[in-house]
Design a protein. Sequence first.
Length: 151
Amino acid sequence: MERLEELRKLISVTTDQVEFSEYGDGISEEWIIKAETRLGFPLPESYKWWLRSYSGGEIHGEEIYSIFEIELDNIREGDIVYMHELYQKKQKYQSDILVVSESKDDVFYFNLSKKSGENEFPIYAISSKQEYAKDFVEFLEKRITNGVRNN
């Protein structure tokens, strides 16, 4: 929980770089459950915290996929479930890849084959196929503090 509070503070002082909804204006639990049901697996706990807390948004103008609180048939982009189904239909990525952000410098995804005991997944970069962050919290921290540069 301390990491989440540190992240919340970082987000609150970087409003020139981070465009999220106000803290506390997040997605309802009902829509998270609908998304998980449709995906067929639970989303990472840290990602669900972000959804519940901020709903969605951008870092340095780059969208982080979230869950839109509208029926999936009416969505055309930006919703993590819609994008996952689209990528699977087009066979763009393997089924154990859940893309969370497509940026100028890379595509970042939850590696679903590397689940930890705390229901977390590391985030990998498509270009290197290497771990970029051990979880969603670290991913957000890196994207906020490093901008669009890879490290």
